[in-house]
Design a protein. Structure first.
Length: 280
């Protein structure tokens, strides 16, 4: 990512965040997922930058941003995005979120409304990750729940233990297709490990217990939803999001198209084309 110069921004609670800014024109803000980084959008930044002003941020603690010990909750992350948009004086930017990045956008909308944003792209995020014992199969499917509360507690315990790197590797392995090259997978692991594991555990717990269904159904912005047939995120939950947002479009990547959780890394050509087609 050396070809993209980094800039720094300080939040109202004194966290210094690193971000990439390139291209010209209407702005699009790229928001990565849990334990990821702006670097993982490297296949999008150049392509989008030919048409747009692209801002890709490392959320607090992630990537090259400061490893502060506080603020690892979705509400604070969305406040960071709001402050960055204000700082850069962006006029109704598009927002694209991957995984937890979608939840950051949903929190942003909850706290600050939609007047200051244009189009939305949601990439492979469940409305609620943690299931509830009384749910029937339909509610489980719509929410996209992938763990029980007990399984989440075990994952958090693992991230806080001496086995944290192994837990990270195993988690990432479940998110990619079998065709991902080993060197690309190792690059993703190293991107993830830039967030200290105990901080990752705190954020994971907050993310997995937050239910966004009541917020999703209120969205009226033109929206593109992207999922993967073989993703760890159940693709039928992406169908629910599509049905819940008027004026939205849905794209499901098949397994042969790199249709895991990181389809934008495994098949950037199709991903970039589909997003640019939607934004124009």
């Amino acid at each position: 990512m050396n070809e993209f110069p980094r800039k720094l921004f300080k939040t109202s609670d004194d966290a210094t965040l690193s971000y990439i800014s390139t291209g010209r024109g209407k702005s699009i803000v790229l928001i990565h997922g849990w334990s990821q980084s702006a670097e993982q959008f490297k296949y999008q930044i150049s392509a989008f930058g030919e048409r747009y002003h692209v801002i890709a941020i490392d959320l607090r603690g992630h990537g090259k941003s400061e490893k502060v010990t506080y603020g690892y909750r979705l509400s604070r992350l969305s406040k960071d995005i709001q402050e960055l948009i204000d700082f850069l004086q962006l006029e109704k930017p598009h927002l694209l979120g991957h995984s937890m990045g979608c939840a950051v956008i949903w929190s942003y909308i909850d706290l600050f409304g939609t007047d200051g944003i244009d189009r939305l792209v949601f990439v492979d995020q469940s409305p609620l990750y943690t299931s509830r014992p009384h749910w029937d199969s339909q509610e489980m499917e719509d929410a996209g729940a992938i763990v029980t509360a007990e399984q989440l507690n075990e994952a958090v315990r693992g991230l806080e233990s001496s086995s944290a790197e192994e837990v990270t590797r195993n988690t990432l392995a479940s998110m990619v297709t079998s065709t991902m090259p080993k060197e690309q997978f190792e690059w993703m692991v190293q991107c993830n490990l830039q967030l200290p594991r105990r901080l990752a555990a705190t954020l994971l717990y907050n993310q997995f217990h937050t239910d966004w269904r009541d917020q999703i159904v209120k969205i009226r912005q033109p929206t593109l939803i992207i999922g993967g047939r073989k993703s760890i995120i159940p693709w039928k939950s992406q169908v629910w999001i599509n049905k819940s947002i008027p004026n939205s479009e849905l794209e499901i990547f098949e397994e042969a198209e790199g249709g895991g959780h990181f389809m934008f890394v495994e098949n950037p050509e199709k991903f970039n084309q589909r997003v640019l087609q939607f934004l124009k």
